[in-house]
Design a protein around this ligand. Structure first.
Ligand SMILES: [Ca+2]
Length: 466
């Protein structure tokens, strides 16, 4: 407690967000969330007046009814207050976005940064983003979004969109970062586990517009991968589909090509396509000026997008466990990129041990270069190894994921003579990236060796140690 102080002296002690005050003090402070006031007196003196505390709610001015986009200012940003820092508590912000009459508003939330605190499992009740199709809070609700579950790109059906951001008076979170623009095709598609979303050409199944480019970023839930199944592709034919086409890339607009420019379903892979990371990029171009080929036929394209049931990567904090390849034992899925973050907790570390699951039929480290065709029923599993006798697809780093890209990172591989690793601190990061496409493609293509013949299933067991 405070000592008895002369009335002219201000006495305050602040300990971890708590402040003790006594003597004679006038004090002003802005706090967020809850305030607890605790009044303590002892028996020593009874002639003081006590205290008077005036509380006033500070309202963050965050609303605007006049956001505007048009062709001259085609794209603008809207964020929650103080983004990327924590949003203040007790917010009730709303914005009305307008565009040119006859056009629609396109609103895209950045899926990577979206995070609002919510405690209810079924609906958004604490901190959330609410979007309505029209100019007011009475307009039809499009949806409420919270936690780490952002919406896909939203289009207004008329020329305005109502956006509200609510936070309650407790725990804070980062909020949202979004763009709004005059509607064009394309956007962000956020897949939900167990649901299928369609990505189609504009006006599908009617004729698509000429001289158009549309791009979609399709995101699977963290740790999962995006699957695209071609339901229909029918476009103006040109040699190598250079004029009108659909194209799929891994991850983003500069990612590896999964499906090269394609203008007919005949050229598409019947098994569909799968991303190697947790997102896929869809490009549609129409350069031709005629659309006469559409008569009596579904025109353009229709892709069914979903998230893979299997996943890999994520956060690990349990006492012990085993990591295996996604898809195992049915099938090893080639080309995936996964990342595991080990969080042992203060004072603990993780010990990791690598082993191949089935040690039989393993060629010696160099023999696979002789590329003997695998025997039938071999399951297509080979040991991958280079001349250093290390497994190339797994890397482990001391520290959180960002150390990977820093100069401090010392990457470690599991090798024939080093199958165990103990993290130096409570944090470690393990990455898996199928190296075939980087290291062996030229040689292997020559030999017509399929990627999946080069994998032999492994496992990593981990346990917490002191
Ligand atoms: Ca909150």
């Amino acid at each position: 407690m405070c000592e008895e102080l002369p009335s002219a002296i201000i006495g305050t002690t602040i300990i971890g967000g708590k402040a003790k005050r006594c003597g004679q003090i006038s004090y002003e402070k802005t706090l967020s969330g809850r305030l607890y006031a605790y009044f303590y007196t002892d028996n020593s003196e009874k002639n003081r007046k006590g205290f008077k505390l005036t509380l006033e709610e500070v309202v963050v001015d965050c609303s605007s009814t006049s956001l505007w986009v048009d062709e001259k200012n085609p794209k603008k940003y809207l964020t929650s207050p103080e983004f990327p820092h924590m949003s203040p508590n007790s917010l009730n912000c709303y914005w009305v976005i307008h565009t040119i009459p006859g056009h629609r508003v396109k609103f895209t939330v950045d899926h990577k940064t979206f995070l609002t605190q919510n405690s209810d499992e079924d609906e958004c009740v604490d901190d959330y983003l609410e979007i309505r199709d029209g100019p007011s809070e009475a307009s039809p609700l499009i949806g409420k979004y919270c936690n780490a579950d952002p919406p896909s790109t939203i289009f207004s059906s008329d020329s305005s969109l109502f956006v509200r951001f609510i936070t309650d008076m407790y725990a804070q979170s980062m909020g949202f970062n979004a763009t709004y623009e005059v509607a064009s095709c394309g956007g962000s598609v956020v897949l939900k586990q167990g649901h299928t979303s369609s990505v189609t050409s504009p006006n599908y199944p009617s004729a698509y517009p000429s001289q158009t480019t549309c791009e979609w970023n399709v995101h699977a839930p963290r740790g999962h991968f995006v699957e695209a199944e071609v339901d229909q592709i029918w476009m103006n034919y040109s040699e190598n589909c250079t004029m009108d086409y659909l194209m799929l890339r891994d991850e983003n607009s500069t990612g590896e090509i999964l499906m090269p420019p394609t203008c007919s379903k005949l050229y598409a892979n019947v098994d569909g396509y799968q991303s190697w990371h947790d997102s896929m990029f869809v490009e549609f171009h129409s350069n031709s000026s005629t659309t006469g080929h559409c008569t009596n036929r579904k025109c353009g394209f229709d892709l069914k997008m979903s998230s893979t049931p299997y996943e890999c990567g994520g956060e690990i904090n349990d006492d012990e466990g085993t990591i295996i390849l996604p898809g195992y034992p049915e099938r090893i899925i080639p080309h995936l990129s996964c990342e595991w973050i080990f969080k042992a907790g203060m004072g603990h570390r993780y010990a990791l041990t690598f082993s191949f699951i089935n040690q039989t039929n393993v060629p010696s480290p160099l023999t696979f270069f002789t590329a003997i065709p695998p025997k039938k029923n071999f399951q297509g599993f080979y040991l991958k190894s280079f001349s250093d006798h290390c497994y190339p697809d797994l890397e482990i780093f001391n520290g959180p994921p960002m150390v990977k890209d820093s100069l401090l990172a010392t990457e470690k591989r599991f090798c024939q003579n080093r199958t165990s690793f103990i993290s130096m601190s409570d944090l470690a990061t393990l990455t898996y990236q199928d190296q075939i496409r980087y290291s062996l493609t030229g040689f292997m293509r020559q030999r017509s060796i399929l990627d999946d013949r080069l994998s032999k299933p492994w496992k990593i067991t981990y346990r917490k140690v002191c």
